[in-house]
Structures are given as structure tokens and as C-alpha cells.
Design a binder for this molecule. Structure first.
Ligand code: UDP
Ligand code: MG
Length: 311
């Protein structure tokens, strides 16, 4: 089916204590969207802001009818705010975008052009994160490496949340009912034709980031534990290897004791028993992990497959 020339466009903008960013954001984004000549909505999700974000949004809405405001009852975090936004967006194409202009709105034209040409997802790839500081950059890089090593689902290492998604991708994401929402994973999970557009990540335009390293660490844990059961199952292999080694060591100690009469009485048998049972215990924890991992995946109730097209 050929794509519409002028799709209905939804921008989903999660905001948390961003009173200083709203006006700059709208001043930059509005003309860019106007140039697309698409019907559109700018759906702000106020994630329980405690500053003047909500009044600022309401004020903006009085002279821009395409603004819609969704207010959460408290701060639920960006992942939850984006989920709320995707659930309520009406667009044929939906674009989650940060309010601080670190996701350059100029890319929207290219996103839509790629979508018209058939892409279902077009994500912005951050070529340089010079604006982010060395620690955040390095930890992010290793996080994505580790994630992709551990998870059967591969996520692009340089993508943020900034991307265009076709309506059917959004509809599939809405079927994922799990509570623990690592959106970068969930938005990648449905698959479909995915393309990338590269950009340099600029500095925040106004306000300051609400992330800190503790939050990022927990974010990383959420990501890995909701897409990988490897940490649970790892012990099966660690335990197996230790048990095997303890057998070999037992053989060595016994032969050694026969030949030399043993160094310290009781030591060989004690050592072998400790290692052997240590191994067996880890092995059985790993075995339980295999089952817990499966229960975990069942409880998420993700669809088993998604059909792209039937011809
Ligand atoms: N945000 C949110 N809820 C939160 C934290 C952040 O909705 O609890 C929003 C924030 O207002 C911004 C976006 O998520 O629009 C990205 O946040 P930020 O710029 O602080 O993250 P960074 O760019 O540093 O990763
Ligand atoms: Mg930012």
C-alpha cells in the first residue's frame, strides 16, 4: 500500500520539570512541522512536574491548538511517560522526542521522507555524543555492548528514543503489557523495516538533565533484566564447570595422596567435598534459574510473532 503524502503526525514529548525548555522547543519545532504540511499533534506528557511546566504548556496551548497535554498524577519516569504518550497518540506516524532539543527536530523531514519510501521505523543514530561527557559516553557504549551480548534482541548501540514509528509498529508496542518498560528494547522488539539517520547530538538547549548515575545504573539493570535471562541461567554453566574441575582436582589429590602419603590428613577429602558441593549448588541454582527465566518470559505475555504482510 503506498504511503500517504501527508500523514497525520504525532510528536510525543515527555516533560519533567522543563519550564525553561517548553517555549524554546515549540519555537524551534513548530515551523519545522508546518513545513511538512501534515496534520499533526504535539502531545506533551507532563510526568508529574513540580515546577511551572504545566502552566507553561497550558499557556502555549491557548495559541497553538495542535498541542495536547497529558498529565500524569506523579513522576513515573520517562519510560512510563513515553508509554502513556504512545498509548494516546493518534498519528499515522509517531515520533517520541525530547523537549531539550537534544533530538534535533530538523531530522523530522528526513524521517518522513524515509517513511514515505517504505520504512516503518526510522531512528536517529547519535554519531557523536561529545555533549554528553566521557563517563556517560563510555558507560553507554559498554552498556549497549553488554546488552547485545546478553539479549537475543539486538538494539542499535547509537540510537536513543528519538525515532519515527509507523502506526502499526506503535500498535504492536501497545500490545506489550509488561510493567518493566525499557522503551529502547520495546520499540525495537516488533521489528519491521528499520532505517537509520545519523546526527550529532547537541547540548541541552535549556534546563538540566534529571538523570544521575544511580538512575542510569538502574535503567541499565531494567534493560538487561527485562530482555535477558542470562544472569539467572549463568550459574548452570559456572556450577557445571566448577563441578567438573573439582572432579579433576579430586583425581589429582587422590593420586597425589597415594604417592606421597598426603600433606595434611583430612585436607584432600575436605577440599574435594567443598568444591564438589559448591559446584552442585551453583549448578542447581542455575537449573532453577532456567525455570524462573521461562516463567519470567511467560508472565510478560509478549506476542509470539508479528506478521509483516501476507501476500
Ligand atoms: N523526562 C521525563 N521524566 C523523567 C525524566 C525525564 O519525562 O522522570 C523527560 C525530560 O523532560 C526530557 C526527556 O525525558 O524531555 C529526556 O530527559 P533528559 O534530557 O534529562 O535526559 P538525557 O538527555 O540527559 O538523557
Ligand atoms: Mg536531554
Amino acid at each position: 500500500m503506498p504511503r500517504a503524502e501527508h500523514p497525520f503526525l504525532s510528536l510525543v514529548v515527555p516533560v519533567f520539570n522543563e519550564e525553561s525548555s517548553i517555549d524554546v522547543f515549540l519555537a524551534t519545532v513548530a515551523p519545522i512541522i508546518a513545513r511538512q504540511e501534515c496534520e499533526h499533534e504535539i502531545l506533551f506528557v507532563d510526568d508529574g512536574s513540580r515546577d511551572k511546566t504545566l502552566p507553561a504548556l497550558r499557556a502555549a496551548k491557548t495559541h497553538n491548538p495542535s498541542i495536547a497535554i497529558l498529565s500524569l498524577s506523579r513522576n513515573f519516569g520517562k519510560e512510563a511517560a513515553m508509554t502513556a504518550g504512545l498509548d494516546h497518540a493518534r498519528g499515522d506516524v509517531v515520533i517520541p522526542i525530547d523537549v531539550d532539543l537534544q533530538d534535533p527536530p530538523e531530522l523530522i523531514a528526513e524521517f518522513i521522507a524515509r517513511w514515505r519510501a517504505g520504512a516503518d521505523i526510522v531512528y536517529g543514530a547519535r554519531m557523536s555524543r561529545a555533549s554528553d561527557g566521557i563517563v556517560k559516553r563510555t558507560s553507554a557504549r559498554y552498556f549497549y555492548k553488554l546488552f547485545n551480548m546478553m539479549s537475543p534482541l539486538q538494539i542499535p548501540f547509537d540510537a536513543g528514543d528519538y525515532r519515527l514509528m509507523d502506526r502499526r509498529v506503535v500498535d504492536e508496542i501497545k500490545k506489550l503489557h509488561e510493567r518493566n518498560r525499557f522503551m529502547k528494547g520495546l520499540m525495537t522488539w516488533p521489528g519491521f523495516r528499520t532505517e537509520r539517520v545519523e546526527f550529532e547530538r547537541p547540548q541541552r538547549a535549556a534546563g538540566r538533565t534529571s538523570w544521575n548515575y544511580w538512575k542510569l545504573w538502574n535503567f541499565a539493570l531494567d534493560g538487561i533484566t527485562s530482555f535477558s535471562t542470562l544472569p539467572l541461567r549463568l550459574w548452570l554453566y559456572v556450577g557445571g564447570i566448577i563441578s567438573l574441575l573439582s572432579f579433576l582436582y579430586a583425581g589429582f589429590i587422590i593420586i597425589h595422596a597415594f604417592i606421597t602419603g598426603g600433606d595434611v590428613p583430612g585436607y584432600p577429602s575436605l577440599m574435594v567435598a567443598i568444591m564438589f558441593f559448591g559446584g552442585i549448588q551453583l549448578f542447581s541454582i542455575g537449573l532453577v534459574g532456567e525455570y524462573v527465566g521461562r516463567i519470567f518470559n511467560e508472565t510478560k505475555g509478549r506476542p509470539i510473532y508479528i506478521i509483516d504482510k501476507i501476500e
